[in-house]
Ligand binder design. Structure first.
Ligand SMILES: *[C@@H]1O[C@H](CO)[C@@H](O)[C@H](O)[C@H]1NC(C)=O
Ligand SMILES: *[C@@H]1O[C@H](CO)[C@@H](O)[C@H](O)[C@H]1NC(C)=O
Ligand SMILES: *[C@@H]1O[C@H](CO)[C@@H](O)[C@H](O)[C@H]1NC(C)=O
Ligand SMILES: *[C@@H]1O[C@H](CO)[C@@H](O)[C@H](O)[C@H]1NC(C)=O
Ligand SMILES: *[C@@H]1O[C@H](CO)[C@@H](O)[C@H](O)[C@H]1NC(C)=O
Ligand SMILES: *[C@@H]1O[C@H](CO)[C@@H](O)[C@H](O)[C@H]1NC(C)=O
Ligand SMILES: *[C@@H]1O[C@H](CO)[C@@H](O)[C@H](O)[C@H]1NC(C)=O
Ligand SMILES: [Zn+2]
Length: 543
């Protein structure tokens, strides 16, 4: 009626009116169309389907206000932690209010971490290397090796003579300096990472050397137990209550030379975790993903697969499955191992696989195709899946089977797959709602702890401005949903997590509004309202 052609107005006026209206209408429809697109994308993104409760909505508002303020600040300074190297960003992250909240957030489970990099390296230096009977030697290529023994054993084949640390330290002028040098041998941390690690070969060489260096310390039976405890403590303090540990189950030794087998190691993991859980109500425990090195040939991996089957039969609740570790780019492909990896299926044995796959930048190589084989071999989860967005068919099929990827942002950056974490390929997957969890891979070697640093990178960098409390909630819930816990264990875990989540949300919602003077630089103090690390308090209380 408004356009009114039939009402007999002069044609010109009619035309003019129509033009005005169509301009007006299309203006509305641009805004409307944008709104609809944004809404659709919001629904698609990870956690987008979650409906927040009233308290959560309030908490989300508080969190997003802080996030926006920080983002604004970072845009001004052009120093955005996720786009900086973690070694240089770490201090900045620790000053962030959002990071403080993430530390207190119950994050659920760490599903991708490795046996020898869960406890702080500082503890390894300050506690372990100060124990009696600790020796070290230096290989011709400068690698440090350690061994606990008494008396001092004969000089090994490819190393200097064994030096007793206790005695060596007594002769030093500056022990702190020496201890710092040990710490530099135990982590990748360096002031100028871009210069120190010119390419992936250099950083991986040092990375693998670290495992060789610390293995003599961690594989000493009394340390082995304490190391697990310390690792659980570190994660528990970071509000992570369950771990699935990729463990190589290397021989553990006693002072008198006795060497323990893999069953002993699994039993020890189980016992230590159980003891820890008893002292830390709410902590659930650990499961082991037995892992071997992808530099070994297929006949050796055949044996390992059989070992994995034996261990899983013996410890069905503790041993979750099998994986292959080490650098994908230079190791054997999953396809190369097909004969070994088909053994369980050919015997009707169910051995879940948790393959590292697609941890590469080299698209279309035989290694990049590990993702195909992970799918075909029915992997339960995919470690990293960094290259997944380059494989749409694999991606689609994995999604249909609800197979999640374990995203480890800091690891990917430190090992030089991507430098600016805003460009992490998981950004695409996160935007489409692909199932994923966030983990930390080898936090101790990267100078991180627990999961919070990786959550920060994922929340601020990978998720960008649109990631909100829904994203975080989904990530935490995913870590339980996609764990290897039994259904009944998952139910209990989800309940425990929910209780803690509700407390966390209530505290966040009750938090005073950020004042206008609040900036990244001045908000150093921990927020007062939030619950403290539950385990830490309990440990302190029980002492
Ligand atoms: C290492 O820590 C344990 C407790 O975890 C303690 O009993 C021991 O005395 C410490 N050792 C050293 C050398 O600090
Ligand atoms: C250094 O020597 C150790 C022990 O012989 C060896 O395992 C390691 O691969 C070597 N590292 C490099 C970078 O050559
Ligand atoms: C020992 O070395 C540390 C670290 O380099 C330094 O901070 C400290 O001042 C030194 N102490 C002495 C007594 O020289
Ligand atoms: C490792 O420790 C040795 C012994 O203190 C030291 O000479 C060397 O410089 C250290 N390596 C690094 C990378 O700091
Ligand atoms: C070696 O030490 C371990 C741990 O102290 C002990 O259980 C074992 O019986 C000892 N073995 C021998 C042969 O002395
Ligand atoms: C596999 O590697 C082991 C250890 O290096 C070696 O003894 C064995 O002969 C190799 N097997 C094959 C089939 O190459
Ligand atoms: C993977 O699952 C398919 C379908 O259930 C099955 O036919 C195949 O044997 C499985 N492969 C392995 C290696 O388990
Ligand atoms: Zn890994």
């Amino acid at each position: 009626m408004l356009v009114g052609g039939p009402s007999g107005r002069p044609a010109l006026l009619s035309l003019l009116l129509a033009a005005v209206m169509s301009f007006f209408c299309s203006a509305i429809s641009i805004d409307e169309a944008r709104k609809q697109l944004l809404m659709r994308e919001k629904m698609m993104q990870l956690g987008g389907q979650l409906v927040l409760k009233k308290d959560e909505e309030l908490a989300n508002k508080k969190l997003m206000a802080l996030k926006k303020a920080e983002m604004k600040q970072f845009m001004k300074t052009q120093k955005f932690p996720p786009s900086m190297h973690f070694f240089q960003a770490k201090n900045l992250i620790e000053k962030s209010e959002v990071f403080n909240i993430l530390k207190k957030m119950p994050k659920g489970a760490a599903l991708h971490v490795h046996d020898f990099s869960i406890a702080s390296m500082d503890w390894l230096v300050k506690n372990v290397t100060y124990r009696p009977h600790c020796h070290f030697c230096l290989t011709p290529n400068g690698t440090l090796m350690f061994k606990f023994a008494h008396p001092t054993p004969p000089t090994p084949a490819k190393c200097s003579e064994w030096i007793l640390l206790e005695k060596y330290r007594k002769g030093l002028q500056n022990v702190t300096e020496f201890d710092n040098s040990l710490l530099r041998n135990f982590t990748l941390i360096t002031e100028n990472p871009e210069v120190t690690y010119a390419n992936q070969d250099v950083v991986w060489s040092k990375f693998e050397t670290i495992f060789i260096t610390i293995s003599g310390l961690v594989s000493y039976a009394p340390v082995f137990r304490d190391y697990i405890l310390q690792g659980l403590e570190d994660f528990c303090q970071d509000n992570v209550f369950y771990l699935e540990l990729r463990a190589m189950l290397l021989p553990v030794y006693e002072l008198n030379g006795t060497i323990h087998n893999q069953e002993w190691s699994v039993k020890t993991y189980k016992e230590v975790a159980c003891t820890f859980a008893k002292k830390h109500p709410g902590f659930i425990g650990i499961k082991i993903i037995y892992s071997d090195h992808r530099f070994k040939n297929v006949s050796l991996i055949m044996k390992s697969v059989q070992t994995a089957m034996t261990l899983r039969t013996r410890f069905p609740r503790t041993v979750a499955g099998f994986d292959l570790v080490g650098r994908e780019d230079t190791g054997y492909s999953l396809y190369y191992y097909k004969e070994a990896l088909m053994i369980p299926a050919s015997q009707g044995f169910k051995l879940p696989y948790f393959f590292h796959a697609g941890e590469t930048d080299w698209q279309g190589t035989s290694i990049d195709r590990n993702l195909l084989d992970a799918l075909i071999l029915n992997a339960t989860r995919i470690g990293h899946g960094f290259a997944l967005s380059k494989h749409p068919a694999v991606w689609t099929n994995l999604w249909k089977k609800d197979i999640p990827i374990e995203v480890c942002p800091i690891s990917n950056q430190v090992l030089k797959l991507v430098s600016d974490l805003r460009n992490h390929p998981a950004a695409v997957l996160m935007a489409t709602g692909y199932p994923m969890v966030i983990s930390s891979d080898d936090p101790a070697i990267f100078g991180a702890k627990g999961l919070s640093y990786d959550f920060y990178e994922a929340f601020m960098g990978i998720g960008g401005m649109t990631a909100d409390l829904r994203t975080l909630k989904q990530l935490a819930m995913n870590s339980i949903k996609y764990s290897a816990l039994l259904d009944i264990e998952k139910k209990a875990a989800m309940k425990t997590w929910e209780e803690r989540w509700n407390n966390f949300v209530a505290d966040l919602a009750r938090r005073p509004n950020p004042s206008s003077t609040l900036t990244v630089a001045t908000s150093l103090a921990a927020p007062t309202g939030l619950i403290g690390p539950r385990c830490l308090n309990e440990r302190e209380g029980s002492q």
